[in-house]
Unconditional design. Structure first.
Length: 118
């Protein structure tokens, strides 16, 4: 560890150094969406920290991480984090639906109740 610079130790390995709070990378959004659909809840939460603007970035068809989490029926912990940093009225480019529309369409009633209560 003697040859490792101090800055390299302090910055977690998963942080993209070019990512800022104004990030609009559709690639980041696609990676976040993959994590939400494939990973466990705690892994998805950890992966969200890879993008400084994880609540607002959208993929090529306008879906945000919240849209996909609502469609998949993600855990309450993931949903709470996403709701805190997302725009609840954001519409996807595919159908013009919000996260609530998607939750209802995919039969995720507990997610829909949560989104209405927020």
């Amino acid at each position: 560890m003697d040859d490792v610079k101090e800055e390299e130790v302090l910055v977690p390995y998963w942080v993209d150094m070019d990512c800022t709070v104004q990030c609009s990378s559709s690639q980041h959004a696609s990676q976040l969406i993959t994590a939400i659909t494939k990973a466990t809840s705690w892994q998805a939460i950890l992966f969200l920290s890879r993008c400084h603007n994880f609540g607002l970035v959208s993929d090529e068809i306008g879906r945000t991480a919240l849209h996909v989490a609502a469609s998949c029926g993600s855990s309450l912990s993931v949903l709470k984090l996403l709701v805190k940093y997302s725009n609840l009225s954001a519409q996807d480019d595919e159908s013009g639906w919000t996260a609530l529309h998607r939750a209802l369409f995919y039969g995720q009633l507990s997610v829909a109740r949560f989104l209405v209560a927020v």
